[in-house]
Design a protein around this ligand. Structure first.
Ligand SMILES: [Zn+2]
Length: 288
């Protein structure tokens, strides 16, 4: 996943800020294509399909447990990312994406849910645009107090994937281990001195690096070894016990889906939700 995203963000953007405004803007001067090239991971062939069909297929396969404005915001984000990949080809030279979820995004061509059809058709051709071009609109399940920046997580700066002060989601997981179990999970010996544990945090309070007993791990690896759902972790050591409280789920980059649904509950529409999570962008028609 991480390798894929490193490729995904391989293009460096240097740009000035655009005003944040939750309104729909007209078609940009440079029209983007309405077709998406999809590589079959089974046959190696490339299918060319209308963007809207691709968005429907991705959303059907993902079966997001959301509705209304949140589902519309997701549809726009999925479309934006597909168009971004079509225009920039960050992963595959011959196609925007493939159908392997371990590499790109899976999609399904089976019957589509009515609510998904409505979310896609209500937002037809709309994308998150940065300087008039589709943005790499990343999403994750839920977040702590701040979303994460693409720079902190993947080492690539994008002006619209930055730390955003989040709504209160209160999604967290708690785990407690005895000292030997905690050390064993990290692959360290029982004799390792836990008092030397050094956790480096980024601006969004996610662990960037963890150092202990001569071992240095990036935050993602540290969370994975402890089977925690994100790197937004408070860790306390008391006597022989290690306790973790972990906030949110996923890499924290871009739109938090759970946060989006909470914004909807307080009256935000999909344009306001997208403007909240993707600063310096506008939502507009990406094609006719
Ligand atoms: Zn792929």
């Amino acid at each position: 996943m991480k390798n894929y995203l490193l490729y995904f963000f391989a293009i460096v953007f240097c740009a000035t800020a655009l005003p944040l405004a939750p309104t729909v803007f007209p078609l940009p001067a440079e029209e983007s294509t309405a077709l998406i090239h999809v590589l079959s991971s089974q046959t190696g062939s490339v299918d060319v399909m209308p963007t809207e069909d691709y968005v429907l297929g991705v959303m059907q396969n993902a079966a997001y447990p959301y509705s209304g404005e949140t589902l519309k915001a997701i549809a726009v984000a999925v479309r934006s990312r597909a168009l971004y990949c079509e225009q920039n080809r960050p992963v595959h030279a011959e196609a925007a994406v493939c159908d392997n979820p371990a590499c790109c995004v899976a999609f399904s061509c089976t019957a589509v849910d009515e609510e998904i059809i409505r979310a896609v058709s209500d937002t037809a051709s709309l994308a998150v645009l940065y300087r008039g071009k589709p943005a790499a609109a990343m999403m994750h399940q839920s977040s702590g107090a701040y979303t994460a920046s693409s720079r902190s997580v993947y080492g690539v700066s994008l002006p619209y994937l930055v730390e955003v002060k989040n709504v209160t989601e209160d999604v967290f997981a708690e785990k407690t281990w005895d000292k030997p179990t905690f050390l064993a999970l990290l692959g360290l010996s029982e004799q390792t001195d836990l008092s030397t544990l050094l956790l480096g945090y980024d601006k969004s309070h996610r662990i960037h690096t963890a150092e202990l007993g001569g071992l240095t791990l990036d935050g993602g690896r540290f969370a994975a070894l402890l089977s925690l759902p994100s790197t937004c972790i408070d860790l306390t050591v008391t006597g022989d016990e290690v306790r973790a409280v972990c906030y949110g789920e996923g890499d924290g980059v871009g739109m938090s889906l759970h946060g989006a649904s909470m914004l909807e509950k307080t009256g935000s529409d999909f344009l306001e939700i997208l403007a909240f999570y993707y600063p310096e962008t506008q939502v507009g028609k990406a094609f006719t």
